[in-house]
Design a protein around this ligand. Structure first.
Ligand code: CP
Ligand code: NVA
Length: 314
C-alpha cells in the first residue's frame, strides 16, 4: 500500500537539534503534525526507517511516558534505543560525554535538570540532540499535545487553550506551540509563578505573527472564558521538591475542579501532560471526565516523536 509520505517526501529539519520548541520552523511543525497523523494511521509503513540507527536516551530525572514512547518509537522504526539514567556531566565533563556518544550513536534524547545541559550536549556532539524535558521546555510534550488538539478541533486558528497553574516548562512549550498554530493562549497562574519573561517575549512575537492573542492573568475566570481546552500540570515540578509546602499554599485556588472546568466552553476538553497529583492541581472527577483527553495525549507522544525522529534522523 502506498504511504502518504514516501521517504523522499519527509521534510528534513533545518535545525540539527530540538532543544527548544522554536528550533522547528512553522512549516516543519505543520509537516511534523501531518506526518504524525499519517504514522499513527499506518505505523507499519515506517518500520524500517531507522534501520541500523542507535539512539541514546540520557535521563537525569524519572519518566514513564517520555522514556517508553521514545523507546517504542525507536524500536517500531527499526532502530535501537540505549537507556542510561543518572546525572550528566558529574562523573566526567559534559563535553567528554557528548564526544563519546558521538562515536557510537546516531542521536541523543536527553531529559535534564538544566536547559544548559542539552545545549552543552548539542554543542559538543555532531549528532542530533532532542530535549526530552528541561527546566525551561518540554517540546516533545507540546508536539503530542498539538496533535491531540488538532484531532479534537482541526485547524487551531480561532480556538483557545487555557493553562491553569504554574508557568513552567510544559506551560512554556504549550504557549509557544499553541500561538504558532494560531490558537489564543491564556495562562491563569498565582503571583510569582508567571512564565519566564524571555519566553513570554518570544510568545508575544509569535502572537503578533499568527494574529492569536496571549493573556497572562491571575484571574482564572478570565483565562478560562471561551476556552476549548483546559490544561494543567503539577504545582511542584521535578527538582522543586523543597518548595512543595509553599507551592501548595500559593496554588490553592488554582485546582481544576468541576467548578473551574465549567467556566470553559461546554465542549472543552481537559488536558494534562501527566503524571498528575489528583487532589492537588486537578480533582479525580476531572481526570476521569468524559471530556478528559489525557490518554490521547499520552498516546500521541509516541506518534509525534516518531514523526520527529523521521524528520531528524531517517
Ligand atoms: N508527560 C511526561 O513527560 O511524562 P513522564 O515524566 O512520565 O515522561
Ligand atoms: N512540569 C513537570 C512535567 C513532568 C512531565 C516537571 O517538570 O516535573
Amino acid at each position: 500500500m502506498a504511504t502518504a509520505f514516501s521517504p523522499a517526501q519527509i521534510m528534513k529539519t533545518n535545525a540539527s537539534d530540538l532543544l527548544r520548541d522554536l528550533d522547528l520552523t512553522d512549516d516543519e511543525l505543520l509537516h511534523l503534525l501531518d506526518l504524525a497523523a499519517e504514522v499513527k494511521q499506518s505505523p507499519r509503513d515506517y518500520a524500517r526507517a531507522l534501520d541500523g540507527k542507535s539512539i541514546a536516551l540520557l535521563f537525569e530525572k524519572p519518566s514513564l511516558r517520555t522514556r517508553l514512547t521514545f523507546e517504542l518509537a525507536i524500536k517500531q522504526l527499526g532502530g535501537d534505543a540505549l537507556f542510561v539514567d543518572g546525572p550528566i556531566g558529574v562523573r566526567e565533563p559534559l563535553k567528554d560525554v557528548a564526544r563519546n556518544l558521538d562515536r557510537w550513536v546516531d542521536g541523543i534524547v536527553a531529559r535534564v535538570f538544566q536547559q544548559a545541559t542539552v545545549e552543552g550536549l548539542a554543542e559538543w556532539s555532531a549528532v542530533p540532540v532532542i530535549n526530552a524535558l528541561s527546566d525551561l521546555y518540554h517540546p516533545c510534550q507540546a508536539l503530542g499535545d498539538a496533535q491531540t488538539l488538532r484531532e479534537h478541533f482541526g485547524d487551531l486558528k480561532g480556538r483557545k487553550v487555557a493553562f491553569i497553574g504554574d508557568g513552567n516548562n510544559v506551560a512554556h512549550s504549550l504557549m509557544l506551540t499553541s500561538l504558532r498554530l494560531g490558537a489564543d493562549f491564556a495562562i491563569g497562574c498565582p503571583e510569582g509563578y508567571t512564565p519566564d519573561p524571555d519566553i513570554v517575549a518570544q510568545a508575544e512575537g509569535l502572537a503578533a505573527v499568527s494574529g492569536a492573542s496571549l493573556l497572562i492573568t491571575h484571574d482564572t475566570a478570565r483565562a478560562l472564558a471561551g476556552a476549548h481546552a483546559v490544561y494543567t500540570d503539577v504545582w511542584t515540578s521535578m527538582g522543586q521538591e523543597q518548595e512543595l509546602v509553599k507551592r501548595k499554599k500559593s496554588f490553592h485556588e488554582f485546582q481544576v475542579d468541576d467548578e473551574l472546568f465549567a467556566q470553559a466552553r461546554p465542549d472543552a476538553i481537559f488536558m494534562h501532560c501527566l503524571p498528575a497529583k489528583r487532589g492537588e492541581e486537578v480533582t479525580d472527577s476531572i481526570m476521569e471526565h468524559r471530556r478528559s483527553a489525557i490518554f490521547d495525549q499520552a498516546e500521541n507522544r509516541l506518534h509525534a516523536q516518531k514523526a520527529l525522529l523521521l524528520m531528524m534522523l531517517s
